[in-house]
Design a protein around this ligand. Structure first.
Ligand code: MG
Length: 398
């Protein structure tokens, strides 16, 4: 079934209360969604991991990627992905081109699932899990004179909401980090799983020092301790402090993950499906990590479209290693303010702390563009007629 049209939706919404992590302050949230429309009217939705000006992705899709996808059979997701990657290889191996491709790919999977009347997880090869435990991502820096106390209150809220695991930000200096970790651990209680995330704020020596000091607070994993380019630094952190190391949300494609895995840089691989290449590439990275004996746990920071893509991939993922009692992958559930997310999509059903993998065809979620219309800053449409001449050089996929 041919792809007839691609629509792109860029959203931006102001926040009622700014928040920060180790790199910058957020005063607004963005979202970029892409809709593929097939010749029979079937629609598929995808999302790009977009926390900068989202309309840049519309430009990349319109000018670069649309001509590869339009007019082609949506069921050939892998072939289309490889064509797009190869066409942009000289200038697009990492970063925004791959982010834009990720959104298109997720939309293709959603459309393919609806066309075949199957959930994406079944198209991937089947469901290992019908529900996934969610952990709370939050505990950012806010405008307060007493951050440890504010974090402690937020941690209690997550426990009250039913979360058993939460992730907090570090990267503000070791002493400050330890003070914050102690406050969250004391407030959450010993039974709660706690992860820390530096968002690559440190060099390896500093990250090693933090890991050694934070270890006494029983930390589940230490996320992005060093810069994504610093694969050797990752390996040093992994070898020289006791907390399991995770990373991957700023990495792209199987080639980027190959380098991280070959360096023995992480204990947990965290591909962001909306940024590292979509579902087609995400399943390859999950498989690749498994070959290295490394488990995966996708990174998610977007609307329910991105959450649903993660739910289906996690549902399909094999245990690494196979066991009657495996360490189960979790769903990252962003708890920070996101006005677009809250209007645009309904969340999958939950039985806290569990989130059910959608059963409906495709991603199994509904997108309500009308509800979020006030935050729409750009809406672009491109159809087969707009790329006439481009695709004539490419063999049609039947
Ligand atoms: Mg992170």
């Amino acid at each position: 079934m041919r792809i007839e049209k691609i629509e792109m939706f860029s959203y931006q919404a102001p926040l009622s209360r700014p928040f920060a992590f180790s790199q910058w302050w957020f005063t607004k949230r963005s979202a970029f969604l892409v809709k593929i429309v097939l010749e029979n009217g079937t629609e598929g939705w995808g999302e790009v991991y977009a926390h900068v000006q989202p309309s840049v992705y519309a430009g990349i899709i319109k000018e670069v990627l649309a001509s590869i996808y339009l007019g082609q059979n949506v069921l050939h997701m892998d072939v289309l992905w490889e064509r797009a990657y190869n066409r942009t290889r000289d200038y697009g191996q990492k970063g925004m081109v791959i982010h834009a491709l990720s959104g298109l790919d997720i939309a293709a999977w959603d459309a393919a699932g609806k066309l075949l009347d199957q959930p994406v997880s079944v198209l991937l090869g089947g469901r290992n899990r019908e529900r996934i435990e969610a952990y709370a991502t939050g505990l950012y820096r806010t405008q307060t004179d007493d951050l440890p106390s504010a974090l402690a209150e937020e941690a209690k809220d997550y426990v009250s909401a039913g979360f058993r695991v939460m992730k907090m930000k570090v990267g503000y200096g070791i002493d400050s980090d330890i003070e914050n970790i102690r406050a969250v651990r004391d407030a959450a209680g010993a039974a709660v799983g706690l992860a820390i995330d530096a968002n690559h704020a440190y060099d390896s020596a500093t990250a090693i020092s933090l890991g050694r000091r934070a270890h006494e607070y029983n930390i589940l994993w230490f996320e992005e301790p060093v810069a994504p380019e610093d694969k050797i630094g990752y390996a040093e952190v992994r070898e020289r402090q006791p907390i399991p190391v995770s990373g991957g949300e700023a990495e792209h494609t199987r080639y980027g993950f190959r380098d991280l895995l070959q360096a023995r840089g992480v204990d947990i691989s965290q591909p962001d499906l909306g940024g590292m290449g979509g579902i087609s590439e995400g399943r390859k990275v999950v498989t690749l990590a498994g070959i290295f004996g490394i488990r995966s746990q996708p990174h998610v920071w977007g609307t329910a479209v991105a959450m649903a893509a993660s739910l289906h991939v996690i549902s399909w993922m094999p245990d690494v290693p196979g066991s009657a009692n495996p360490v189960e992958p979790m769903l990252e559930w962003d708890q920070t303010e996101h006005p677009v997310r809250d209007l645009l999509t309904d969340l999958p059903s939950t039985e806290m702390p569990w989130v059910n993998v959608p059963d409906d065809p495709g991603l199994g979620i509904t997108v309500n563009t009308d509800r979020a219309a006030k935050f729409l800053i750009d809406h672009s449409i491109i159809g087969i007629q707009d790329v006439a001449g481009y695709s004539s050089t490419v063999e049609q996929l039947h």
